[in-house]
Design a protein around this ligand. Structure first.
Ligand code: 4NP
Length: 147
């Protein structure tokens, strides 16, 4: 299973989502490849936001080597699942889909139909809440193949 987590900038939400999924996969002896990307091009090559790095560190998730990349149509061929954080990501990724098969790979990260709020303009409490949401929904995707 290959999963790509997608947000807007690929510096706050999706790098931490990638780290959380990797950790939960290891904890459950599930082998999977997880990466992340942003729909925007603002942060290509940039490290993750220091607040996401800090929250990751708190929970033993090291995302210090992350570098931002932009979502592109080739990712549909390279990944089985594309997990987006909000409706705007959903629309942007859908707009790049070439066919039904591409569309079928796109899912909201949260399975309750809610979004993972963008913490970029928030404070550390917003980053902490983001981590809790990412963690809460991670096991669903790690066990997805077995369901
Ligand atoms: P992310 O957060 O999509 O979770 O990485 C953002 C990061 C950067 C910007 C917006 C959201 N920005 O406007 O630069």
């Amino acid at each position: 299973m290959k999963i790509l987590c997608v947000c807007l900038g690929n510096i706050c939400r999706s790098p931490l989502a990638e780290g959380v999924l990797k950790k939960v996969a290891v904890e459950n002896n599930v082998v999977m490849e997880v990466r992340s990307a942003g729909t925007a091009n603002y942060h290509i090559g940039d490290p993750a936001d220091h607040r996401s790095v800090q929250i990751g560190k708190k929970y033993n998730i090291d995302i210090s080597s992350h570098r931002g990349q932009q979502f592109s149509v080739e990712h549909f061929d390279q990944f089985d699942l594309i997990l987006v954080m909000d409706q705007s990501n959903l629309q942007n990724v859908r707009n790049l889909a070439r066919n039904e098969n591409d569309l079928s790979k796109i899912n909201m990260y949260r399975r309750d139909g809610r979004i993972v709020d963008d913490p970029y303009y928030g404070d550390m409490m917003d980053f902490e809440k983001m981590y809790q949401v990412l963690q809460e929904h991670a096991l669903h995707w790690v066990l997805f193949e077995k369901q």
